[in-house]
Design a protein around this ligand. Structure first.
Ligand code: NAD
Length: 397
């Protein structure tokens, strides 16, 4: 018999998960507070580059996927998966307000034996101390009458090799029964599931993975600055070091990390670390370096064209990484602010993003004094820049 499940939050995490589940044995109710997003999906249009319109259309047509803004549609589900954003507040502290509001909206429809799985990134203790109690309070059920699990998402948008099915997934439950039921659920559309002994292990693993990336990317960006000052090609250095068959993993230079995960999640860990008196200094330093990199490239741009006042500068690629349209936490924003502060007339080009901060993408042409390659999407044809000087943030000397 087809089982009904609900996915709350249909973004970069929730929509691919919904599609994977709906393509296996489940009928998926996708819930999002963004009416436009819901209507777009229901029209058979995919809002994400990794999922085709055809796939969405097929699932909607066959009634495998239904998206709605109404939380009441949860009521017939056996499993509810939460994939809402967990951002930072303006003073860089974890902001759980979106998660809490989703939990309050879900709770009235919770029934005995239902399984609620949190996929959003959180600090250790959140599933046990916030998610389960809020669900109990809002539903009137006792905590042992429903099931709660945590399974961090590892999706890497635009990655053609690792997608929902073949990316190993960590799972932990508030109880053994919750963990087993979550494993059973995911086993229908994910190849390898790894059981963690506690919710806190799974929560902290996700923070460790993303902190590891932030620290190493910030580190390679410092080494890139070092190499640039010495006139050494950083990418050649990385290629040489990467011939070592053990104990080295390559990371590559850029204008810094962006997106909803790498610049954000490590600060969840750092915040908890401060609270318990075990400061995570590497994370704090990596965060600081990451925020300084766009300013460093403003300085490089200034040097390259002999001052930026009234210069026409084109920033090429403003999404936070190649081949996606996501501009959240994109370091291109600080780069543009810094260039403007120096008096430059700044334009940007990104056909994937198209419109951003009330401005439209400008064409690639020879009509600029400088082009800065911030995010090198595959589609870019840099020959259109003609003789415009280029500053490449991906490792130019
Ligand atoms: N983007 C990634 O690559 C990635 C990877 C791994 C983990 N994560 C984690 O997954 C979580 C979700 O991230 P995302 O990138 O999918 O975010 P997203 O912004 O792409 O999508 C979140 C969706 O949730 C919806 N939403 C917001 N509040 C809601 C509410 N109260 N009820 C229902 N829907 C609501 C939004 O409208 C949006 O469509 C975060 O905790 C993030 O750290 C993200």
């Amino acid at each position: 018999m087809t089982q009904i499940i609900s996915v709350v939050g249909l973004g970069y995490v929730g929509l691919p998960l919904s599609v994977a589940a709906a393509s296996s044995r489940f009928q998926v109710v996708g819930i999002d507070i963004n009416r436009v997003r819901v209507e777009t999906i229901n029209k058979g249009i995919s809002p994400l580059e990794d999922i085709s319109d055809q796939k969405i259309h097929e699932l909607i047509e066959n009634k495998r996927l239904l998206t709605t803004t109404e939380f009441a549609r949860i009521k017939d589900s056996e499993v509810i998966v939460i994939c809402v954003p967990t951002p930072l507040t303006s003073d860089h502290k974890p902001d759980l307000s979106i998660l809490e509001s989703a939990l309050k909206a879900i709770a009235p429809y919770l029934r005995k034996e239902m399984l609620v799985i949190l996929e959003s990134t959180v600090e250790p203790g959140t599933t046990r101390n916030i998610v389960a109690p809020l669900l109990a309070k809002g539903s009137g059920l006792k905590q042992n009458e429903f099931l709660v699990a945590f399974s961090p998402e590892r999706i890497d948008p635009a990655n053609k090799l690792w997608e929902v099915r073949n990316t190993p997934k960590l799972i932990a439950g508030l109880t053994d029964q919750a963990c087993e039921k979550a494993i059973q659920f995911y086993s229908h559309f994910i190849d390898r599931l790894i059981k963690c002994d506690s919710l806190e292990i799974a929560e902290t693993s996700k923070l460790l993975e993303n902190s590891f990336r932030l620290i190493n990317i910030s580190f390679i960006n410092e080494i890139a600055i070092f190499c640039q000052k010495l006139g050494i090609d950083i990418n050649a250095v990385i290629s040489a070091a990467a011939t070592k068959p053990y104990g080295f993993m390559p990371f590559y230079p850029s204008i810094g990390v962006g997106g909803h995960c790498i610049p954000v999640d490590p600060l969840y860990l750092a915040n908890k670390a401060r609270e318990i008196g075990a400061p995570a200094r590497f994370i704090d330093l990596a965060d600081q370096i990451n925020q300084e990199i766009p300013g460093y490239f403003v300085g490089r741009a200034e040097e390259k064209v002999g001052g930026l006042k009234a210069k026409r500068v084109l920033v090429v690629g403003v999404a936070y990484k190649p081949n996606v349209a996501d501009v959240r936490e994109s370091p291109a924003e600080s780069l543009i602010v810094g260039l403007k502060q120096k008096g430059a007339q700044v334009f940007w080009h990104d056909e994937l993003v198209q419109e951003w901060n009330g401005e439209k993408s400008s064409a690639l042409s020879s009509n600029y004094d400088l082009a800065i390659i911030a995010t090198p999407h595959d589609y870019l044809d840099l020959t259109k820049l003609g003789n415009v000087p280029i500053l490449n943030t991906r490792g130019s000397i």
